[in-house]
Structure formats: structure tokens, C-alpha cells
Design a binder for this molecule. Structure first.
Ligand SMILES: Cc1cc2nc3c(=O)[nH]c(=O)nc-3n(C[C@H](O)[C@H](O)[C@H](O)COP(=O)(O)O)c2cc1C
Length: 366
């Protein structure tokens, strides 16, 4: 019996298997609104059979977008576009569970799409980014404006409001993005947070704002909706945010009702030295799961069905997420089902897709 194809529950949300489509920015929104690109992109990912499908990093405020073409969920227009596009994408797939990753890009905001590169200057469609401290990501990046207490209150309220809007738009779970060098990670790391007020300095000070945001989001959504957090378990820089601090943060999140930790790494500093190899972030998920008992998502260079199976079967993580693997092959999970003896329910129209020898992988179409 494949461990990957066993169900899992996050609060009232029942996942039919342990595979997650990881959030992936598409830089294809217009004024924060989802477009036809999202319709097709989400449609194909929702057809994948994954237990949970993440919508990309979705900005809680216009100035929290990584690029001017980021998806947002910060006003009536962006909420309407998210709701309508999601509803249409869901109509071409079997019942699917969708999570929304809420994000604020902090000092990395006002960048161009990666295929363009560089930053977008104020006056040319860009804006001055905000951060815990006036420290740029790289030396030649713009110096961000440090958030004052009123600014922090605004960001906190924006996360809560976006969570409320996301649930109204039909998502089943929320993830607070505290990873990859964006605003909340910038508060956690001593490399980017040099504040001398209550939101900086010691571990307690640095985790304060991300925990306040988590509390605000948790309080904004109904009890049955799972709320988790994505963290970078380490900055991969000496003197930066560490795995030990990640474990301590996860312990605090657990007491506040966090439902899962999605364990990534890096992205805060150009000085990072990452030891990239298959499953390289899995040990971080395992450490957090072991220390806290919180459900964890392992992610990063998980590409093979048997590799994913071993992570879940071995108790290293409860769920495994793939990003590039699903872009490369949106039917990754169908093939994994055939290889591991699992079963999925495809859209009825594709019910006859499986070749001889793999027909048990696809149950009768819905
Ligand atoms: C095109 C692309 C866009 C991404 N956008 C996001 C994002 O919106 N939020 C996020 O937390 N991570 C993002 N990531 C990181 C992935 O979610 C994932 O953690 C990373 O790619 C490692 O997993 P993989 O080896 O399966 O690709 C992105 C990755 C890719 C390739």
C-alpha cells in the first residue's frame, strides 16, 4: 500500500493523497487580477490529482507584489478575478483542494518578471519597497523604507483582509509566506532585521511580527480552514536565520493553532551557499516534524515517485510538494500512481488515458 496515496487531514480539510503542487509565481496578472493564463495554468494543475494545489504567492497589498504583474488579493477587483477564475478552473477538474499563499515581497518588491530581470524603478511602474530595516537585498538594489508601527499595523491588517477575501473566493486553506527573503522572512533573519524596537533584536523580537501576522490571519478565517506557514529553515549564511530558530518558531506557531509548516530554505541573502541536491531540504522538514509534531511539507528537488514515497513512508514529512516537476509533467501523479500502485480519479473525459498495465491507476472518471 503506497504511503503517498494515503489520505491526510488538515483540520476539516481532507486530502486524498500526500502530494502538493507547490506555489509558483506566474507574473501574469494584470493589476493584481488573475487572467486567462491562470485559468489554463490552474486548470491543468487541478487536473493533476494532487491532494492540495497551491495558488502562487498572492500579494496582500499592491506594494507587496514582487513585480507589477503579480497576482493579488487586496481589493474587490482582485478578489472577484480570483473567485471567478478559480471557479472556472475547478469546473474542468475533479473536486480539488486549493490553498492560497499570502505574501508580501518586502524589500524584494518592485522587481521585473524573472524573464525580464532587474528592478522596476519608481515612476516607471515601480515603487519604493518596504522592509524591517533600510537594508537592500543586494548592494545595487534600492534601499527599502523601514516600516514604522503604523506601517506594521497596515501590513498585518492587509494579511487578515486578504485571507478573508481568499476564503470568500473559494480557497480551502491559507499559507502565510514567511520564506524566500520576502517581508516576513526579513523580520525573522538577523541579517535583514536590525531594528532596535520591539520587532527586532532578540529571537523574541524578530519572530514577533510574523507571529502577529499569523494570529491575525488565523483569527480572520473560519475555524475549519487550515492555516499554515512557509518558512526558509535556514538562510544558508553564517550568522543568519538557522534551523534551530526555525524549530523554535514552529513550536510557537503550534501553540497558536498553525496547521502545517511548509519547509523551504534560502532566498534572503545573495551570500547564501546552498548545498543543492535531490531532497536537500527534506532533513529540515524532518527536524521540524520530529521536534514539534506539526505536519510538515517537504519540498525541493523531489522529482521521482519512489523518492517521494520514501519521504512520506519514512516519516520525514507528512506531505511532499513539487514545483518544477509539475510544470515539466502535469501528469506526474498519474504516472506515480501507476508506479506505486496508487489510484486517482481523473476527469471523466480522460478516464481511458491509462495504457495497458496501468489501468488500475485511474479510477472511473468523476
Ligand atoms: C516558476 C516558479 C515559481 C515559484 N514561485 C513561488 C512562489 O510563488 N512562492 C513560493 O513560496 N515558492 C515559489 N517557488 C519555489 C517553489 O515553490 C519550490 O519551493 C521550489 O521550486 C523547489 O521545489 P522544486 O524542486 O520541486 O521545483 C517557485 C518556483 C518556481 C520554479
Amino acid at each position: 500500500m503506497s504511503a503517498l496515496f494515503q489520505p491526510f487531514a488538515l483540520r476539516a480539510l481532507s486530502l486524498p493523497n500526500r502530494v502538493v503542487v507547490s506555489p509558483m509565481c506566474q507574473y501574469s496578472a494584470v493589476d493584481g487580477c488573475a487572467t486567462d493564463w491562470h485559468l489554463v495554468h490552474w486548470g491543468q494543475l487541478l487536473q493533476s490529482g494532487a491532494g492540495l494545489v497551491f495558488v502562487e504567492a498572492t500579494a496582500v497589498a499592491p506594494e507587496g507584489r514582487i513585480s507589477p504583474s503579480d497576482l493579488g488579493c487586496y481589493d474587490d477587483a482582485t478578489e472577484r478575478a480570483l473567485a471567478a477564475t478559480l471557479q472556472r478552473a475547478r469546473a474542468v477538474a475533479p473536486p480539488a483542494r486549493v490553498a492560497l499563499q499570502l505574501a508580501h515581497a518586502g524589500r524584494k518588491a518592485s522587481s521585473a518578471a524573472p524573464w525580464v530581470g532587474g528592478r522596476v524603478a519608481p515612476g516607471h511602474g515601480g515603487w519604493t519597497p518596504v522592509a524591517p530595516s533600510p537594508l537592500p537585498f543586494a548592494d545595487d538594489d534600492p534601499v527599502p523604507r523601514a516600516l514604522d508601527a503604523a506601517g506594521l499595523a497596515g501590513v498585518r491588517a492587509a494579511f487578515a483582509d486578504a485571507a478573508r477575501r481568499g476564503v470568500r473566493a473559494g480557497v480551502d486553506a491559507i499559507e502565510v509566506h514567511c520564506a524566500h527573503g520576502y517581508l516576513l522572512h526579513e523580520f525573522l533573519s538577523p541579517l535583514s532585521n536590525r531594528r532596535d524596537d520591539a520587532w527586532g533584536g532578540s529571537f523574541d523580537g524578530r519572530v514577533r511580527f510574523p507571529l502577529e501576522v499569523f494570529d491575525a490571519v488565523r483569527a480572520a478565517v473560519p475555524e475549519h480552514v487550515p492555516v499554515g506557514v512557509r518558512i526558509s529553515a535556514t538562510d544558508w549564511v553564517d550568522g543568519g536565520w538557522s534551523l534551530e530558530e526555525s524549530v523554535a518558531l514552529a513550536q510557537r506557531l503550534k501553540t497558536r493553532g498553525c496547521d502545517f509548516v511548509d519547509v523551504s530554505s534560502g532566498g534572503l541573502s545573495p551570500a547564501q551557499k546552498i548545498d543543492v541536491r535531490p531532497g536537500y531540504q527534506v532533513p529540515f522538514a524532518r527536524a521540524i516534524r520530529t521536534a514539534t509534531g506539526l505536519p510538515t511539507i517537504a519540498v525541493g528537488l523531489i522529482t521521482q515517485a519512489r523518492q517521494a514515497e520514501a519521504i512520506v513512508a519514512g516519516g520525514e514529512a507528512d506531505l511532499v510538494a513539487l514545483a518544477r516537476g509539475f510544470l515539466w509533467n502535469p501528469r506526474w501523479l498519474w504516472h506515480a500512481a501507476a508506479e506505486l500502485g496508487g489510484q486517482l480519479t481523473p476527469p471523466a473525459q480522460y478516464g481511458r488515458a491509462a495504457p495497458r498495465g496501468a489501468t488500475q491507476a485511474l479510477a472511473r472518471g468523476s
